[in-house]
Ligand binder design. Structure first.
Ligand code: NAD
Length: 306
């Protein structure tokens, strides 16, 4: 029988793409419940699903921030969820001084507690049946901090700690956890963030910090998306879901790995912090070459690719 896959945040981006790829599986291994907060936005998904709509893909309402919405959605599903994909998420960038606590809490409510809420709802069924797979769209920012993404990175670190802990217990129940860690992916995500920061004033922030944010970080971030950004199609989560032994962690972008390696090779953490500081504040070539800067000679020899 096909496995029931419930995915959050399918009105756009990675969630939409994953839902469509699974629904079009040539072997018809999946019954996809593609959920979204606002069903008014279902047209793009439905168009992309094509003939799969109503066959291997159904669309349902789900706001990960609402207990009622989660309960309502799960009660409508025939049978149990075999694979849960926690994809819904939002970003937040900017100098800390200019961001409200409410905005930060909203990020945690969505990115962290949204996933926790769904897991609590599906876990008893998975444990009873002694099978299941929980996939979490984390980020490379769940592995290492990125300047001006303090709160977003914290929400992804929280997911990493939570699910790594849970993975140990769940092995006992034959339930797998997979944290997928993309680098930049070209979706509406970045556009939403840029729209947010173009009107934000970040009150209470000193001029130096504002200058670093607007004149160094924002252009560098745009360049990074352009130079190493993946498409949602490239994120290849289907491989993780179809795997007989799903990995706990899967980075999706080899072109970003020079940056993630910096943390792996130096457990004190200073190589990563100093190098990324240098990339942004000292090496203007970053703006032209993106991550190729890692081989341009401005980095310590031991982190340069051979
Ligand atoms: P996106 O903005 O296209 O998709 C995010 C989806 O989550 C949207 O459809 C949005 O409506 C939905 N969502 C937000 N709050 C919700 C809520 N309360 N309930 C239900 N749905 C809600 O962006 P994306 O890039 O496809 O992001 C998907 C996931 O990938 C996110 O968790 C994001 O953090 C992660 N990610 C994105 C990137 C990137 O560069 N785009 C990189 C790494 C990880």
């Amino acid at each position: 029988a096909p496995r029931t896959v419930l995915i959050s945040g399918c009105s756009s981006g990675i969630g939409l793409e994953l839902a469509v790829q699974l629904a079009h599986d040539p072997k018809k291994r999946y019954q996809v419940v593609a959920t979204m907060r606002d069903l008014g936005k279902k047209e793009t998904l439905e168009a992309a699903a094509g003939e799969a709509l109503g066959q291997t893909l159904t669309v349902a309402q789900l706001d990960v921030c609402s207990d009622e919405s989660v309960a309502q959605c799960l009660s409508c599903i025939q049978g149990e969820v075999d694979v849960l994909v926690n994809n819904a998420g939002m970003g937040l960038v900017g100098p800390l001084e200019g961001l409200s606590l409410a905005a930060m809490q909203n990020v945690f409510d969505t990115n962290f507690f949204g996933a926790v809420r769904l897991v609590k709802a599906v876990l008893p069924g998975m444990k009873r049946r002694r099978q299941g797979h929980i996939v979490v769209i984390s980020s490379v920012m769940g592995l290492q901090g990125v300047i001006f993404n303090d709160v977003y990175a914290a929400s992804k670190f929280a997911l990493e700690g939570f699910f790594e802990s849970l993975a140990i217990q769940l092995l006992q129940f034959n339930i797998f956890i997979s944290l997928v860690e993309p680098g930049p992916v070209v979706t509406e995500f970045e556009g939403k963030l840029l729209a947010q920061v173009s009107t934000a004033e970040f009150p209470g922030t000193d001029p130096d910090t504002l200058h670093y944010f607007r004149d160094l970080y924002l252009p560098a971030s745009r360049k990074l998306f352009r130079s190493v950004g993946q498409s949602p199609q490239d994120v290849a989560i289907v491989n993780v879901i179809s795997s007989a032994r799903p990995p706990l962690r899967r980075q999706t972008n080899v072109r970003y790995s020079p940056l993630t390696m910096l943390k792996t090779v130096d457990s004190s953490g200073s190589l990563y912090v100093r190098t990324t500081h240098r990339l942004l504040f000292r090496c203007p070539r970053l703006l032209n070459l993106g991550l190729q800067c890692l081989s341009c000679g401005c980095l310590p020899t031991r982190v340069r690719p051979r």
